[in-house]
Design a protein around this ligand. Structure first.
Ligand SMILES: Cc1ncc(COP(=O)(O)O)c(C=O)c1O
Length: 447
């Protein structure tokens, strides 16, 4: 029987009458996908800012986290901003101005230009390309790390040799194939904006040397959004080895003031600087970054073990070349164990079949027992807003691959991961017993 599901609570309750879930009770308090984890030090630095009246966009908390983050990442400069999206915007704009020059104040610096972008990512990676009037060309995903496929990127350069900018994200805290991506970009004279919003603390072995994500592009961004590995409740950072770029980002982020006694402006500005209060929260979180990574790694490993007897796999990572921060644990169902499932733009249908399951059945079952999971980020080339943008796979043009007169259709790795995968609850406050219950519910979905 096919069931129409729209996340309605009453429909969730059917899991309580389903014999497969007999004896399981909903959690009293929700198990989250990834919620903030405060330790107490945050309050000390926020209080300190308030007591000393440093509550604007200057202050010791900002200076300290810029110094400490630069030290942690191994770069020379960090500029604290209001969010990761702001960091990505200014990173993208810096790259665009270096490539194409300063734009008119009323026009984006990428006007008329294409930009190659990760396809399987959160839309904040791509929005800055739009803010700057650029046109995103989406590059398909490889199955080994679920990030930008270097082979598809190479194809994209064959098709659009004039492109000079690439935006790369590390999905769920797993570094992508940066060595190959760098080599390709270097050969084509292209710059890289690295979106390390989800991957703070993840490392990658670049040409034999371990490097932090956030230092792998020409322009780099991280996020302190509430769901990230550490948080300021909000916030982000631009990371660089260039003093000139750091100074420019500081200037742009504080409304682009020129050096005059009055408000004087020669270029467009933004109100993107981080507040010293937010910086206090980040300052309190920083000592716990490595601890959070260890907790998230343990969660990933427990899922890996606990789900190993099911027809599913965990989100993959390159065990030779990378060390993820394991921000989100995910799983993907083997094709032959997928129960029928269909998605519209806002709703979905699935069938329950013994021995099989689907992402939405699992997500609904988890939700019924007060546990938060999430679908895999929907690839950008499938988003209505980008329906007409180019999409490049290892085969070349990924649009219009099916043919009414010929069987079969083209490769689309991102769409396949989205269809068969889901994000598992990965909250570092989840106990082992709670995680065992999550694992048990997933098992019962396959009964
Ligand atoms: C991949 C990715 N890029 C960018 C962002 C944007 O960061 P922020 O929410 O701090 O603006 C996020 C998360 O929110 C993200 O997951």
């Amino acid at each position: 029987m096919l069931r129409r599901k729209q996340g309605m609570e009453t429909m969730m309750n059917r899991f309580f009458d389903d014999a497969r879930f007999a004896g399981i009770k909903p959690f009293d308090s929700k198990i989250w996908l990834s919620s903030p984890t405060m330790h107490g030090d945050e309050r000390k630095w926020v209080d300190d800012a308030i007591l000393r009246n440093w509550v604007s966009t200057v202050g010791e908390n900002i200076d300290e986290i810029e110094r400490k983050l630069a030290e942690y990442i191994g770069c020379k400069y960090a500029v604290a901003l209001s969010c990761g999206t702001a960091a990505l915007h200014l990173a993208t704009k810096l790259a665009a101005e270096r490539l194409y020059g300063q734009a008119w104040p009323t026009e984006g610096s990428l006007k008329g230009k294409k930009v190659f972008c990760s396809d399987c990512t959160f839309d904040a990676s791509i929005n800055p390309v739009g803010y700057e009037d650029g046109e995103a060309v989406f590059i398909d995903t490889e199955p080994e790390t679920w990030n930008m496929d270097p082979k598809a990127l190479e194809k994209a350069f064959e098709m659009y040799p004039d492109v000079k900018l690439v935006v790369v994200a590390h999905l769920y805290g797993t570094p992508g194939k940066m060595e190959e991506i760098h080599d390709i970009c270097e050969r084509h004279g292209a710059l890289i904006v690295e979106d390390a919003a989800e991957s703070l603390g993840a490392k990658y072995r670049m040409h034999g040397k371990w490097v932090e994500t956030g230092k792998l592009g020409h322009y780099n961004a991280i996020s302190f959004n509430g769901n990230k590995i550490i948080t300021g409740s909000a916030g982000g950072m631009f990371l660089t080895d260039s003093k000139e770029d750091a100074d420019k980002v500081r200037k742009w982020s504080t409304q682009s003031r020129e050096n005059a006694p009055w408000y004087q402006h020669e270029e467009i500005g933004y109100n993107y600087r981080m507040s010293n209060i937010i910086a206090g929260v980040v300052r309190g979180q920083l000592p716990y970054l490595d601890m959070h990574i260890q907790q998230k790694k343990a969660i990933y490993e427990r899922y890996e073990k606990g789900l190993s007897d099911l027809p599913v796999k965990m989100n993959p990572w390159d065990r030779d070349k990378s060390m993820p921060n394991f921000w989100l644990s995910c799983m993907i169902i083997d094709e032959n164990a997928m129960a029928p499932m269909a998605r519209g733009e806002q709703d979905y249908l699935y069938d329950s079949i013994p021995g099989k399951s689907s992402p939405h059945e699992i997500l609904d079952a988890l939700a019924a027992f007060n546990i938060e999971g999430r679908p895999i980020w929907k690839p950008m080339h499938l988003q209505p807003i980008y329906r007409s943008n180019a999409f490049i796979t290892v085969e070349g043009n990924g649009r219009g691959r099916s043919n009414a007169y010929i069987d079969g259709s083209g490769i689309d790795v991102g769409a396949d991961i989205f269809r068969r995968g889901l994000c598992l609850p990965s909250d570092n406050k989840m106990t082992e017993e709670q995680q065992d219950m999550v694992i048990e519910i997933i098992h019962r979905c396959f009964r």
